[in-house]
Design a protein around this ligand. Structure first.
Ligand code: ADP
Length: 490
């Protein structure tokens, strides 16, 4: 099949979180199965150009209809670690993608409405007619709307859309200006509740809702989160819409790229290891300590890697730091915050803990360091408020780093409590799970994990190896996506 991914991220060239990993990993696995995959992305000024090979113009003068005129756009093309990517670069005063960041502008809805429009215009003008358009998150929610209400009438009537929701919290809610800009002129038509009108804001149109209503298949990134989105508050107001469209909605667990995340060959870690040579992992712990100036003593390292955001349970992350230290273990944090308050809070903590030889907080985004932490830490804590899938626990498992997670979303589908999980036999359990959002719940799980490390080291090692034995690669998820593609194409 010929599949085009349309997304706002693709690792490692554009990565703000898990979405980037998913777009890359999914595309790669599809290509190994002989599908033809292309990826359309915005051309941000701040992306990692050093990861693009042979960047060149693919379409110099693309005029993208916009409002009452058109925006002169150039589409570039290059290879990102073997994947063929097209980058949309508009030449207009708005400078949509030259903002020094991927997200967080006041006009994000206009930026990504333009991106969606430009992606389709590019396909139309170049005569590309993929079987499947695979769109991701609110940024591309207008793609199926535009496809079925405009582009279908220009010859793109055989394309089918799979729409994957990675995070229901961000839905792209805006006024009618973006509709007008992309050429969806009949405002009243789109402002109906069974189309794009937001379920709770009567003056807002909701890009993600458009994606759900118009796509041929919709999924979120784990089976449990699909359930939560429909029946709990995790759908952030879209539960009813999902209920209406339940026959085309499901959950497909994300995978991780087993070549990128491989302790046996990872270029960013000094000592390679496998389940059979697990004891070598300790050398990475030592290397991590040297790198972060932590003291080298017989104690475990607990890590947190991820965005510092309400979603991730920042209060529990904060508590985990001090609880770890009180239990005589070490803590390493790698995270970045976009929220100014959370950012200054963690900077304050960083300064406060600066001279503590058992703790290091690294604030910022650092891909290379993240690999060393996965390899060097003993446990990784993921206390999320909600978590559509979560990659850090799966990466942790791959590196023999025992996850301690809150039982929500994809965490439920991937981590099985060593002491209490009844659905899995003891030899299939791989971590620790707690459920409530209070400190006591977190402490009870951390206590069990740290206690096992100190008092039953062999048991702890066994648990870590059981985690390494899990296969959370793209193999099974891509089986599912292939089924979906075939189903909607038929
Ligand atoms: P998200 O909600 O951010 O998508 P996921 O757990 O799905 O969370 O994916 C997070 C991905 O981003 C993982 O690959 C993780 O290693 C990476 N990551 C998150 N924060 C950082 C950071 N500060 N530095 C390096 N990598 C990070």
């Amino acid at each position: 099949m010929y599949i085009v991914q349309i997304a706002s991220e693709c690792a490692p060239v554009i990565k703000a979180g898990g979405l980037g990993d998913v777009v890359y990993g999914l595309s790669r696995e599809l290509e190994t199965r002989d599908h033809c995959v292309e990826i359309i992305l915005p051309m941000y000024d701040c992306m990692r150009y050093d990861h693009i090979f042979d960047l060149h113009e693919a379409y110099r003068d693309l005029w993208v209809p916009w409002g009452n005129g058109a925006i002169h756009t150039t589409v570039f093309c290059g290879w990102v670690h073997g994947r063929l990517c097209f980058f949309i670069q508009p030449h207009s005063n708005e400078n949509f993608f030259n903002r020094g960041h991927y997200y967080g502008s006041r006009d994000d809805h206009m930026r990504f409405a333009f991106f969606s429009k430009a992606a389709l215009e590019f396909l139309l003008k170049t005569g590309k007619r993929p079987d499947i358009l695979h769109c991701h998150d609110w940024q591309t929610g207008l793609v199926p709307v535009l496809l079925y209400d405009i582009y279908k009438w220009h010859g793109m009537d055989r394309q089918r859309v799979c729409y994957t929701i990675h995070n229901f919290k961000h839905q792209g809610i805006s006024g009618a200006d973006s509709l007008h800009a992309v050429g969806l002129r009949d405002t009243a038509y789109y402002f109906s509740y069974d189309r794009l009108r937001d379920n709770f804001n009567p003056f807002g149109i909701n890009f993600m809702k458009g994606g759900i209503v118009y796509s041929n298949y919709v999924n979120t990134v784990s089976p449990h989160h699909a359930w939560e989105a429909r029946f709990e508050s995790c759908g952030y107001g879209l539960g009813h819409t999902l209920e209406i469209h339940q026959s085309k909605f499901g959950g497909i667990l994300n995978g991780i790229d087993h070549d990128v995340w491989n302790p046996a060959s990872d270029v960013y870690i000094p000592h390679h290891y496998t389940i059979e040579t697990f004891e070598i992992k300790a050398k990475n712990r030592k290397a991590l300590r040297e790198r972060l100036l932590l003291r080298d003593e017989p104690k475990p390292i607990v890590a947190y890697i991820g965005r510092l955001d309400e979603q991730k349970g920042v209060h529990l992350v904060h508590h985990a730091i001090y609880y770890t230290l009180s239990r005589g273990a070490q803590f390493v944090l790698l995270g970045s915050a976009t929220d100014a308050k959370i950012n200054s809070w963690f900077w304050h903590e960083k300064n406060y803990l600066n001279n503590n030889p058992d703790c290091h907080l690294e604030l910022g985004f650092n891909e290379e360091l993240s690999h060393l932490i996965y390899a060097g830490a003993d446990m990784i804590v993921v206390p999320s408020n909600f978590e559509p899938c979560g990659l850090t626990q799966m990466i942790g498992l791959r590196y023999g780093t025992v996850p301690i997670v809150r039982g929500v979303g994809g965490l439920v589908n991937t981590v099985f409590d060593r002491d209490y999980d009844e659905a899995h036999p003891p030899e299939k359990r791989n971590g620790y799970v707690f459920f409530q959002t209070d400190n006591i719940a977190l402490e009870s799980a951390m206590d069990r994990a740290i206690g096992l490390w100190f008092h039953y080291p062999e048991e702890f090692q066994k648990l870590a190896k059981q985690g390494m034995a899990y296969d959370y690669s793209w193999h099974d998820p891509v089986d599912r996506y292939e089924e979906v593609y075939k189903f909607i194409k038929a």
